[in-house]
Design a protein around this ligand. Sequence first.
Ligand code: SF4
Length: 705
Amino acid sequence: MSSADIKSYKSTCSYCGVGCGVIVSKDKKGKISLKGDPDHPVNKGMLCSKGMNLHYVVEDKSDRLLHPQMRWGKTHPLERVDWDTALDRASAVFSSIIEKHGPDSVAFYVSGQCLTEEYYLVNKLTKGFLKTNNVDTNSRLCMSSAVMGYIKTLGEDSVPISYDDIELADCFFVAGANPAWCHPILWRRIEKHKEENPHVKIIVVDPRATQSCSIADLHLQLHPGTDEVLFLAMGRCLIEQGDIDLPFIKKHTDGFEAYKELVMKTTLQEAAEICGLSEEDIKTAASFIGNAKGFLSLWTMGLNQSADGVNKNLALIDLNLITGHIGKPGSGPFSLTGQPNAMGGREVGGMATLLACHRNLNNPEHRSEVADFWGVDEISATPGKTATQIFEGIEEGSIKAIWVICTNPLVSMPDARKVEAALKKARFVVVQDISNKNETIPYADLVLPAAGWGEKEGTMTNSERRISYLDQFKPAPGEALSDAEILMRFAKKMQFSGFNFNNMAEVYSEYCQLTKNTNIDISGLDYDYLKNHGSVQWPFLNKDQGGTKRLFTDHKFYTANGKAQIMASGLKSDYEKTSADFPLVLTTGRIRDQWHTMTRTGKVNKLNTHIPTPFLEIHPEDALERGIIQGKTVLVSGIRGEVRLHAQVTDKIKKGTVFMPMHWGKILGNDFARANNLTGNTIDPVSKQPDFKYSVVQVALYKNP
Ligand code: SF4
């Protein structure tokens, strides 16, 4: 086949928040191949195992939802219906519930995998027209603590750095993250930088010795939940070593004296004991930072998914602020986003507690601005229910209908059995997804088939604020429609004005205008620019100057007085307490080749061979105490449920801690490997992000009854 027979399309990988550029080629017969985009600034042609196999997921239609399906009653089977019947029913049920119980009796639960246009539309629909802020996202489970950390310290949810800072940094502090597996291409850039510059120091903070430790100069293997104590102790060391930037602190920050007083309250010896570390190692970590010209702190779920998620974020960002490592090359606090468009969701205010373009939901003027823009009377001042609160609301009866888009809460939400009970109780459940493997579908009254990656166009924003355009290169199968089209059709059925867009370029253009004069201003941006010039980082100045690589280069922050706020609480939230019955702490996480609840990666044989079955990591001494040997099936029991899976006995995990991956749901009809049978509903009091990293459990050899 000649090259003239092959058509190429540019897109962005739809897995993690790194946001690698891909080139998709389609031959005359429709066969698709894929490679990394050599010109893309993020990955420069590289792709990880998940990205390299994206096209297999698109080509395999065996699990695709092809037609709308509906149940005529709770005990009836799902039956194929046409789109009009499906959306007439949805609008009739939503209208009747809202009329009877008020707007806050319905909720939408969406996903960080939605495109920005979809995120924008669902927020306009709920906050503007359905008159409820009950629209939350599975990004609540991954980075809402980081959002609050940035807002409190820098004034807005603004990641200050660019990936190009990687090659300019000489100290990396990686806390609660395993980027070698979860952000692989970013990690490859860090690896290469260290190979070429052996003086570069890498510190990893994690109760597990993960793959990311393989190139670390120092692994701080702390007890789960003690990160904030460690960061404050490091702050103390930096102050005592004289490694802080006093001129920067005085001129550009508030709160240093209170911070200093707080960190001095705990001796290094006390902190080391609490964290299960040596004083020497804490001092060494601080000296690496103190000697650095460029210092990047990187973090993700290990800090965010915690009862203390926001406090951990604050204490970590403080390390950048007291050393003046922000707004300059190679420096800054850098929270990694888990999902490909978690950042895009944050921009459009895609959470129950946010408003579009970094406006504040609690601010009446901001609500008026958005209401005027959308041509509606007002936006409700009542904060919406967040992810766990939505399911609690269903369980207690205040929320009657839920619309789930592009996510699988039955596997991914904490305390899965509670979620299951809530879904059974809901009066009306809509599940909108691409795959019939979504385990939430059996609880749905209405199932809507959605278009997947490559079957629709739109934009996404990665962890460094980089907006990329994703081209459509194939039609959606069957009667599947893009999430945006489904939402617009529903809005029209509800007789809402403001949803008469002809294409996604018009949706994006409307959103871009809403950003005007905000700190994330992209009002001069459009699809043509993205298609012709490639991706850009917000704010977008204009078509000549393009985007913005690094924020706060003038050290003027988005707070009221322009100063960054150094703040830390030092107070520990309520973690579950270990006991004789439940003496171990369970932490959950990802593995290299799977994504979320495996509805996509689970289809690819190559990816399933890396780690084919779920496992429990347990320390050799904890295993010995329980007579557990490598590979044997163990029963893990907790306050809320149990799982059984094979033991992986390893000294890579801190004694007293066990780990299991979060990906598996039902296997052969059983939920015995679903990690969220064990996790609970503890949430950070500020960010409302659930804690997936600290659940008390017991482990025993499984005896087949
Ligand atoms: Fe996709 Fe992330 Fe891998 Fe890049 S690093 S190819 S964005 S999964």
